[in-house]
Write a protein that binds this ligand. Structure first.
Ligand code: PGA
Length: 253
């Protein structure tokens, strides 16, 4: 059975002390309130806080993910962080192709594919983001855009490799804007993504793939989003910065 996942994307927020406080508060809350058996929590803090987070995660309350990775193996790439480095720090997941990377750092589907390859070579599971911008939705091009992102970023993988991938559908117009996709819009796109996977890799692989929703997901709307048959959790930005909100979302399944 595929996993329900709630992943917190902290983006570029919090000092070390604030980050430490958030993780330790989450650990306390997870000691009080166990998540459902099939639910996995992942924290994706900024790079400098990965080690602190994996130290706390040793008791297996949650897994730790990075927010990005270099498409290169190693060498003279000042400022970059490689998959080998993440692996050596016990990082188990990594977000790839977030819309902010695509928009502000001009990351292409080809770079997304190269990053996915790096991660899989180092046994890190990629959380691959896709989603349309507002003008694309208004022009009813959302399915074409998401199909291109998924095909070009992921469909070079073998079925065995694809089994490690988590997908996050994040309509860009809903990220950090307070505008959430309706549960119907989310379900429609998630079902479409699952059908693409089934066409390429077969129904079994598609049924095992966790597809997360992202974009202004919060305690007030998580339940109705997660109630949809093809919505397997969320990639949470703003609401993952507050322990109470993040826990409320993680227990909304
Ligand atoms: P948001 O961000 O929850 O703040 O909208 C989601 C994301 O960008 O992953």
């Amino acid at each position: 059975m595929r996993k329900n996942i709630v992943a917190g994307n902290w983006k570029m927020n919090k000092t070390f002390e604030q980050a430490d406080e958030l993780v330790s508060t989450l650990v306390e809350k997870l000691e009080e309130t166990e998540l459902k058996q099939n639910t996995l929590m992942i924290l994706c803090p900024p790079y400098p806080y990965l080690e602190m987070s994996t130290d706390y995660s040793n008791d297996s309350y949650f897994m730790v993910g990075a927010q990005d990775v270099s498409e290169h193996e190693e060498g003279a790439f000042t400022g970059e962080v490689s998959a080998a480095m993440l692996e050596s720090m016990d990082v188990e997941y990594c977000i790839v192709g977030h819309s902010e990377r695509r928009q502000y750092f001009h990351e292409s589907d080809q770079q997304v594919a190269a990053k996915v390859n790096q991660l899989l070579a180092h046994e890190i599971r990629p959380i691959v983001c896709c989603g349309e911008v507002l003008e694309e939705r208004e022009a009813n091009k959302q399915f074409d855009v998401v199909k291109r992102q998924i095909c070009d970023g992921l469909f070079h993988l073998s079925a065995e490799q694809f089994a490690s991938v988590v997908i996050a559908y994040e309509p860009v117009w809903a990220i950090g804007t307070g505008k959430t996709a309706t549960p119907e819009q989310a379900q429609e796109m998630h079902a479409f993504i699952r059908s693409l996977i089934a066409e390429k890799y077969g129904k079994e692989v598609a049924d095992e793939t966790s597809i997360l929703y992202g974009g202004s997901c919060k305690p007030g709307n998580a339940k109705e989003l997660f109630a949809n048959p093809d919505v397997d959790g969320g990639l949470i930005g703003g609401a993952s910065l507050k322990a109470d909100d993040f826990m409320a979302i993680a227990t909304a399944f």
